[in-house]
Write a protein that binds this ligand. Structure first.
Ligand code: SF4
Ligand code: SF4
Ligand code: SF4
Length: 248
């Protein structure tokens, strides 16, 4: 009998939403677990840090604390494939707003008097270790996790098709499209795969899955500038850590 691939799902500093959506899969997630040997998943059970080689390490969250960095570097050494889960790990995410707004100012806003809070710059996982594959989103799309996990279990690195969110949006080409209504939406420059869940629920896309590769967004940003001031566009790009990737 062939040995099952050892899998660890670890969380750095995070809201753990990307792990929770895996549990939302219910039976399908437990069917996935039958195909692998799960050696760590802190959301289900606190277990000692896994020893020895791993097939896949799924990593959620930001490497912020010294302990996060220790865990990240250790798991990288152990894992054949390291996959980052979600916008925080991949693009800095919501915590990265602190960098844009000034980390000292932000921490004083939250902790008015408390001193000595660890307050490093927020940096994505790939600033510290090699990342083999990224599952984007805030949170990740759990069905996409199952889809790409099939290849990852076989030791293959999948490729996510470079299509925009608009390609999955029911409002594409219709009067109900946010852009046609002169309301901002980052769908045209954002990587598809979430089934345009925000637009379907009457929210515009703020790009949590990150920009498409090899695009030049300047033309699109000029369109946005007809609807929003430069400052407002910058604020929009801050939400999911895009401001350092897309220069206005
Ligand atoms: S990407 Fe979103 S859901 Fe996932 S850990 Fe970060 S904030 Fe939470
Ligand atoms: S994602 Fe946004 S811009 Fe794209 S079609 Fe849908 S509403 Fe329009
Ligand atoms: S529509 Fe945009 S903001 Fe919403 S989940 Fe998809 S990529 Fe993220």
């Amino acid at each position: 009998m062939t040995k099952k691939v050892k899998v660890a799902i670890v969380s750095l500093t995070a809201c753990e939403g990307c792990q929770i959506v895996l549990l939302d899969l219910g039976k399908k997630f437990f069917d996935f677990l039958k195909k692998v040997e799960l050696v760590d998943f802190g959301l289900i059970e606190e277990t000692p840090f896994p020893k020895g080689k791993l097939g896949i390490a799924f990593v959620e969250g930001n490497p912020i604390t010294k302990e996060d960095l220790r865990v990240l570097k250790k798991i990288r050494k152990q894992a054949k494939i390291l996959v980052v889960l979600g916008n925080c790990a991949a693009l800095g995410g919501i915590p990265e707003m602190k960098n844009y707004q000034g980390k000292e100012k932000t921490i004083r806003y939250i902790y008015k008097t408390l001193k000595n809070i660890v307050n490093p710059e927020i940096k994505e996982v790939d600033n510290f270790v090699k990342v083999d594959f990224t599952l984007p989103g805030c949170p990740i799309t759990n069905t996409e996790f199952l889809k790409y996990a099939k290849d990852l279990i076989k030791g293959k690195i999948p490729k996510i098709p470079q299509k925009p969110v608009c390609s999955e949006c029911p409002f594409w080409g219709k009067e109900t499209c946010f852009l046609r209504k002169k309301e901002p939406c980052l769908g045209p420059i954002t990587l598809a795969g979430c089934q345009a869940v925000c637009a379907k629920n009457n929210f515009s896309c703020y790009g949590c899955r990150g920009p498409l590769k090899n695009i030049k967004p300047q033309g699109f940003l000029k369109t946005l500038e007809k609807m929003r001031s430069k400052e407002e566009i910058e604020d929009d790009l801050e939400i999911f850590g895009l401001k350092d990737m897309i220069k206005i």
